[in-house]
Design a protein around this ligand. Structure first.
Ligand code: HEC
Length: 254
């Protein structure tokens, strides 16, 4: 019984090897395909004609208005290096070129600080626009880290109003925009260098908006601001005899 079984096994092995060959063996005849191989699939070959599209080409031209990223195409100066770098409203601008502070945020091997562009209302408006487009989805319109993505489970978004970020060097923020940081992706190919600085200027505005001191206001304008504040904070006049609001905590003397 066992003898017959062994003979059957040996015969089966011989037949199998005769039909399929040894593993790794080169064969001249077409291999048997039990399932269709992935190399056979419906596709267009590169630069080949096709009757599927009206223009007879399989390759599709880029969508109108597509801008090449990160390099200049001769004759199509979309990211023209000749655009003055402080022309903040021009959509033209470079992504990353050069190793200076303007392009890297580094001074030597340290993060530098200070904005390398003139800080004008225009620059801040541009920064606000770019921030709203690129950053607000996560960091929130006021920079509190409560953008829409935080409602869908993105955790740990930086809140710019923490001291850590108030004190962070401009160059380091520049680097975060360029290269990303942990779960935050890089914006090197989306936000031009000058727009990164415009965004940083706007982040500083957001920070100041939540943490300003009277000393930050030019001395000749402090008086006006203080008067305005007094008027707004004036307690509402209540007719005598009306019951006062319950106070759970004693008012702190300021
Ligand atoms: C998809 C969500 C998302 C977007 C969009 C986004 N960020 Fe962030 N960002 C994060 C998260 C998450 C962190 C926290 C990363 C960490 O600390 O691990 C972060 C951290 C930062 C930090 C602090 C980095 C550090 O060194 O601690 C800065 C500064 C920052 N983002 C600026 C920006 C700017 C400017 C933009 C727009 C150009 C932007 N982010 C767009 C998610 C985002």
């Amino acid at each position: 019984m066992i003898k017959n079984f062994l003979i059957a096994c040996i015969l089966l092995t011989i037949v199998t090897i005769a039909l399929l060959g040894f593993q790794g063996q080169r064969r001249q005849v077409t291999a048997i395909e039990f399932f269709g191989d992935m190399k056979r699939q419906s596709k267009f070959r590169f630069q080949k004609p096709s009757s599927f599209f009206a223009d007879g080409r399989a390759a599709r031209p880029p969508v109108d208005g597509t801008i090449p990223m990160g390099y200049d195409i001769p004759g199509h100066p979309f990211q023209n290096s000749e655009v003055p770098k402080d022309d903040i409203n021009s959509p033209l601008g470079e992504f990353s070129a050069g190793t200076d502070y303007f392009n890297t945020g580094k001074m030597g091997d340290q993060w530098g600080t200070g904005l390398p562009l003139p800080v004008t209302t225009e620059l801040l408006r541009r920064g606000q626009k770019e921030f709203t487009i690129n950053c607000a989805v996560c960091h929130g319109a006021t920079g509190q880290g409560n953008g829409i993505t935080s409602k869908y489970g993105l955790l740990g978004i930086a809140n710019y109003h923490q001291d850590k970020y108030r004190q962070m060097a401009d160059g380091q923020i520049f680097n975060t925009i360029t290269h990303g940081f942990n779960t935050m992706m890089a914006y090197a190919d989306k936000v031009t260098v000058k727009d990164r600085w415009a965004i940083i200027a706007y982040i500083r505005v957001l920070q100041k908006s939540q943490n300003a001191r009277i000393e930050d206001v030019p001395p000749d304008q402090r008086g006006a601001l203080e008067n305005e504040g007094k008027q707004q904070n004036m307690p509402e006049q209540k007719p005598p005899g009306s019951s006062p609001e319950p106070q759970t905590q004693p008012k702190q003397a300021r």
